[in-house]
Design a protein around this ligand. Structure first.
Ligand SMILES: [Zn+2]
Length: 155
């Protein structure tokens, strides 16, 4: 008779609880997904690109962003992470080892400023939903610098 031994399960430390993350380059399936979601944004700008042109746009942008989130490109996205729900498949923790990127707007869409495809960037869920939100970059910079000053005062 054999004894069943439970598999070794590493301690569960989700990406948002780690001091930093290491990410793999987005796979081809992500580039395919991103060129698809890009077409919605282009439609709103009344720009028409073919699928090969959209794929090229995604690849060029990813190269300019060092294959990661626009706000994490200097540090390989080490402080970026996916939406926590992305790590569950059928309620089983199945962590993604690449950042699932979202289309972001350098000029926030809700400000009703004219959008061009050069205003698009790729952001992780963390940066898109919790950092950039509806702020212009100048407003964001002032806000973050103010918060850093407060944090410095508490350290
Ligand atoms: Zn990010």
């Amino acid at each position: 008779m054999t004894t069943l031994v439970p598999p070794l399960v590493p301690p569960l430390v989700p990406p948002h609880f780690r001091d930093h993350n290491e990410w793999l380059v987005p796979p081809d399936t992500e580039i395919e997904r991103l060129q698809g979601t890009l077409s919605n944004h282009l439609r709103q700008m009344e720009i028409k690109l073919s699928k090969p042109e959209r794929t090229d746009f995604v690849k060029t942008l990813l190269a300019a962003q060092n294959q990661t989130c626009a706000f994490g490109k200097q540090v390989n996205g080490m402080y970026c992470w996916n939406e926590p729900k992305e790590n569950y498949i059928d309620d089983v923790y199945t962590e993604k080892w690449y950042l699932k990127l979202q289309w972001g707007h350098i000029k926030p869409r809700c400000r009703k400023t004219e959008q061009t495809k050069e205003d698009l960037c790729l952001l992780c869920a963390r940066c898109n939903n919790q950092i950039q939100t509806s702020r212009h970059l100048q407003q964001l910079k002032a806000e973050l610098l103010s918060k850093i000053e407060h944090i410095d005062g508490m350290l």
